[in-house]
Ligand binder design. Structure first.
Ligand SMILES: Nc1ncnc2c1ncn2[C@@H]1O[C@H](COP(=O)(O)OP(=O)(O)OP(=O)(O)O)[C@@H](O)[C@H]1O
Ligand SMILES: CC(=O)N[C@H]1[C@@H]2OC[C@@H](O2)[C@@H](O)[C@@H]1O[C@H](C)C(=O)O
Length: 379
């Protein structure tokens, strides 16, 4: 039995999700128990630097170089706080699996750029400050094998849900929304997984720009507004939605540039109506993804939601309305935590790396080969 910490700083920038996990075994026989979860806040100035380093107009190499080390220290602090809160000495931790902060993700050949992705948060700084072995850089080897380097969580979905022998979709609503469909065959090669488009990213951006709010708590703002169907129709023409899976996206498509353009193009629409429309857009892109790419191949027995957006009731109501024939539930209905799944996934992926076991799902990332994910920085 090992103690591991999984760290995920996702696209929402709401904090560093930190999960303390007890792990035994490996591969499909991995047994694990989540012991403690904490979301470690990211200070406002560092959040600003992350936003700036992702923005092609504001970013520069000096900023990214410094931020890599700053985030390494922040991730180490997140581990120290997690252990303190869980009342476990950090010396008892066998390894830390750190996803890092995605600064840029471009899995396609565009102009002179080759498929690439960048997660930062210097692992040597984490290892030095925690005196613990760190596994990081999980996406690189999948890209090397011709994949998109994302999504990687389908491996955990495979371990968790292949034994159900049902057609189950697990839809994560983080900054970006991504789904994994584990079919009743339970076979890894039959898994379908892809990003469906924005999760909370546009809603959060509008809340921030128009209302000074971090997010639309429980979907209350959206509930008070009216959907503008003309704007919605235009939003649904986004080219990402038409791409065939495997596909992945990020802030490059649906981040602050998108949000500011949406606000700029619709000066006469109220904040509430714009947030209602963005919420409907998010729900519709999720539902349409099943209609276009999944439901013609199989009948879904259940759709399980996770990620912070699972708490947005306006979004959930709309999604259920668009997918009347599917049973919609949340991770909590299955005895798990909607917020901690990605951090947990990286703890499991870190364990596979230490055991030299391949952990990408080829049908999810589009890679040619199964490969071992992650780099090891020993304590
Ligand atoms: N009660 C709530 N009501 C509505 N939305 C919520 C609520 N709680 C959290 N959220 C949303 O969830 C977001 C955080 O979700 P999560 O931590 O799953 O994202 P992430 O891991 O950063 O993203 P990704 O999965 O794209 O990497 C917040 O930014 C907010 O938009
Ligand atoms: C490049 C990157 O960081 N992608 C994230 C992002 O957040 C959600 C979605 O977009 C998914 O593709 C991925 O993260 C999860 C953890 C994954 O790899 O499964």
């Amino acid at each position: 039995m090992k103690y591991a910490i999984g760290l995920m700083s996702g696209t929402s920038l709401d904090g560093i999700d930190s999960s303390l996990v007890e792990i035994e075994g490996n591969g499909i026989n991995t047994k694990f128990k989540e012991k403690f979860f904490n979301c470690y806040s990211i200070p406002k100035d560092i959040k600003r630097e992350i936003h700036d380093s992702m923005d092609l107009e504001k970013s520069n190499v000096a900023l990214i170089c410094s931020l890599n080390y700053k985030l390494g220290k922040l991730f180490a602090d997140a581990c120290i706080e997690l252990c303190y809160r869980a009342d476990i000495p950090i010396e008892n931790i066998d390894f830390i699996a750190s996803h890092g902060q995605t600064i840029y993700h471009n899995p396609y050949n565009v102009k002179n750029y080759v498929p690439s992705t960048l997660q930062i948060g210097e692992p040597s700084i984490i290892a030095y400050n925690t005196k613990t072995t760190v596994i990081s850089n999980f996406r690189g080897r999948d890209i090397a094998a011709g994949g998109q380097g994302a999504p990687l969580v389908p491996y955990l979905d495979y371990i968790l849900f292949s034994k159900y022998k049902k057609n189950i979709a697990i839809h994560n609503i983080g900054g970006i929304a991504n789904t994994t469909i584990v079919p009743s065959t339970g076979k890894k090669d039959d898994i379908l997984a892809f990003d469906t488009g924005p999760g909370n990213m546009i809603i959060d951006g509008l809340c921030m720009e128009l209302k000074g709010l971090e997010y639309d708590k429980d979907g209350q703002v959206a509930k008070s507004g009216k959907i503008n169907y003309k704007i919605l129709e235009k939003m649904m023409n986004h080219s990402f939605l038409k791409k065939l899976p495997p596909k992945s996206t990020g802030r490059e498509d649906f981040g602050m540039n998108y949000v500011r353009k949406l606000i700029g193009e619709n000066p006469d629409v109220t904040s509430e109506d714009l947030i209602a429309t963005a919420t409907e857009f998010t729900a519709l892109t999720m539902a349409e993804a099943y209609k276009s790419f999944v439901l013609d191949k199989l009948k879904l027995d259940e759709l399980i939601l996770c990620g912070g957006g699972a708490y947005n009731s306006t979004l959930l109501k709309s999604l259920q309305g668009h997918l009347k024939e599917v049973k919609v539930s949340t991770m909590e209905d299955h005895g798990m935590n909607s917020f901690s799944k990605e951090a947990l996934a990286f703890a499991i992926l870190g364990n596979e790396c230490l055991n030299n076991i391949e952990s990408n799902v080829k049908s999810a990332t589009g890679a040619k080969d199964y490969v071992v994910l992650g780099d090891i920085t020993y304590s």
